[in-house]
Design a protein around this ligand. Structure first.
Ligand SMILES: Cc1ncc(COP(=O)(O)O)c(C=O)c1O
Length: 398
């Protein structure tokens, strides 16, 4: 596909799709490991993993094999019947998460909806009506449905979409005093990202998370973590909240859970595992066998101490390389494991476009922040290659 054909594709997409995405001018047709290939056969190094989805890279042999073999047997069966593939996945996921039970769905927003319903019902059954507030953080991102937008502490996502589901209250990240004040007798749950992804890779402080856990335990408020971006090994532990030495009552996963197929999960510990009863919740595609077959591969691969250690080491290597650039265009570097951000002195979007031209895919997270979410399978040589491209681009950006 030449330049003109690429433009035609752009026009076609603009014509048929609702105008929700700002798409970059490239058409990808295949992927292998850490690289995506466009219509000309030109490769780009992928430091985005499809926004934390392709966690095992592109075209992982075990994922290909699992998908092919499951697709030869069964695409879908409704949740009115049992399914061996889905059962195996759920069993492995619950064990890896060290939780008691799981509800499977299709996306992050759907998983967070499920979590909010669990918190509300837990409280309603135990304490009656009125104890339904869920506390989330300013700067958080929890999804695009009306309820998960209500949970999202960023004004810019709210404009024009109200009225929202009521009963959400925001506190500033790491403002322990505000948290203590917010957790009053009307609260049934808190929903936190241990590391905020969309607002620029912002880890919560240990003091903040520990205080939250203590108050939640004392007041019987469900401690819920949205691990959709920071979980599933990305920071070098299965869940990012594990780094804080706390235990979650509920944790949500999605994105990379099936390595590229849509799946979401609401995981519940002892307190919350029995909240949903027959008929309380459901999802037609939740636990779909194709996604479940791939999910089993992801869990089998990621949930190994040596593999998780490698993620942490590669993350430290990436962060070290970014620091080593000593670029005047970078003002701060944050992150944990393979979830890293660099604040810039300039707007991120033009840099991101230049990086695409030069062969590197990265994400933005806020106006002046670059975000790096490479696949867990990335090699040190590939990290070096990406850093070289970034160095040259930042130099030219001034
Ligand atoms: C932390 C977090 N929660 C929820 C979501 C929503 O997930 P989905 O787009 O699969 O609905 C996202 C997506 O970026 C996310 O980063």
């Amino acid at each position: 596909m030449n330049e003109t054909m690429n433009e035609t594709m752009n026009e076609t997409m603009n014509e048929v799709f609702m105008n929700t995405y700002h798409r970059l001018p490239v058409t990808f047709v295949s992927g292998e490991g850490s690289y995506l290939f466009d219509t000309e056969g030109r490769r780009r190094l992928d430091f985005t993993s499809g926004i934390a989805v392709n966690c095992l890279g592109h075209g992982h042999p075990a994922l290909r094999e699992a998908l092919a073999s499951q697709s030869a047997k069964l695409f879908h069966v409704s949740n009115y019947y049992q399914c061996d593939t889905t059962a195996l996945f759920a069993e492995k996921l619950v064990a890896a998460a060290r939780m008691n039970k799981v509800f499977l769905c299709n996306s992050g927003a759907e998983a967070n909806e499920g979590a909010c319903k669990i918190a509300r019902k837990y409280s309603s059954k135990k304490y009656g009506e009125g104890r339904h507030t869920i506390v989330t953080l300013l700067g958080s991102f929890h999804g695009r449905t009306i309820t998960t937008l209500a949970a999202t502490g960023q004004e810019r996502f709210h404009k024009d979409f109200g009225p929202f589901t009521e009963g959400f209250r925001f506190v500033e990240l790491d403002d322990t005093r505000a948290l203590e004040a917010a957790l009053d007798d009307t609260v049934c749950g808190v929903l936190f990202e241990a590391i905020q992804g969309e607002s620029g890779v912002r880890p919560a402080s240990a003091d903040f998370i520990k205080t939250a856990a203590e108050i939640c335990a004392k007041k019987d408020i469900l401690l819920m973590f949205d691990e959709i971006q920071c979980g599933l090994g990305r920071t070098g532990s299965f869940f990012a909240f594990e780094n804080y030495g706390v235990e979650a009552d509920v944790a949500t996963l999605a994105k990379g859970l099936a390595g590229g197929l849509p799946v979401g999960a609401v995981l519940a510990g002892e307190k919350a595992a029995g909240v949903f009863e027959t008929g309380d919740h459901g999802s037609t595609f939740g636990g779909n066998p194709l996604a479940a077959a791939c999910g089993t591969v992801v869990i089998d691969t990621v949930n190994k101490p040596a593999f998780l250690r490698e993620i942490a080491l590669k993350g430290a290597y990436l962060t070290g390389k970014l620091e080593g650039l000593r670029s005047p265009a970078i003002t701060a570097i944050r992150g944990r494991g393979l979830m890293v951000a660099a604040d810039l002195t300039v707007d991120a979007w033009p840099v991101l476009e230049k990086l695409l031209e030069r062969g590197l895919l990265v994400l933005g997270a806020g106006q002046k922040t670059l975000r790096f979410l490479p696949p867990y399978t990335i090699t040190k040589d590939e990290i070096d290659e990406g850093i070289d491209i970034l160095a040259g681009t930042l130099k030219d950006a001034g």
